[in-house]
Design a protein around this ligand. Structure first.
Ligand SMILES: [Zn+2]
Ligand SMILES: [Zn+2]
Length: 159
């Protein structure tokens, strides 16, 4: 298999994996690690939540390593696909949305849609009742309606 096929497949699949992990694991039995992302600590910059990066960094490191050693193109592609998604996730989530590091910023209709969708995720501070668990593919409604309308809609959903 060509390396770029597994690269694209893994990059795309990671959005689903990230959604699943966020919804069922981070807001599930590993909430203790995710909690300080919803209620950020004031005394330290690094969050326990950041450790989730290792869930993907370790397997993709080994995929790239063994893919290179044994010249398995699709394994390398898979490792780079997961790594690329992780980089994009970091830039969008930590830099652009939360501004934890202000290296640069981005704007535009797509960025505003995912920014608003994720801010709505953070409107619910606790483990339960949140929504918008994905990152790069927000519900399509965020692309269709003006921001004020969306804000009101989402407020109405929270009781
Ligand atoms: Zn969350
Ligand atoms: Zn967040």
């Amino acid at each position: 298999m060509e390396w770029w096929i597994s690269f694209l497949f893994c990059f795309t699949a990671m959005e689903w994996v990230a959604w699943f992990l966020h919804k069922y694991v981070m807001h599930g039995f590993l909430w203790s690690l995710h909690e300080d992302h919803h209620v950020p600590p004031k005394d330290r910059k690094i969050q326990k939540n950041d450790s989730f990066a290792l869930f993907f960094a370790v397997p993709s490191f080994f995929a790239i390593l063994f893919g290179t050693i044994y010249q398995i193109d699709y394994l390398q592609g898979a490792g780079y696909g997961v790594t690329a998604y992780g980089l994009v996730y970091f830039i969008i989530h930590e830099v652009v949305i939360h501004r934890r590091w202000k290296f640069f910023n981005m704007s535009g209709p797509y960025i505003e849609a995912i920014r608003l969708a994720h801010h709505h995720h953070h409107q619910v501070q606790g483990k339960y009742g949140s929504f918008n668990f994905g990152m790069l593919l927000p519900p399509f409604v965020y692309f269709r309606l003006p921001p004020d309308e969306l804000k009101r809609m989402q407020r109405d959903r929270i009781h």
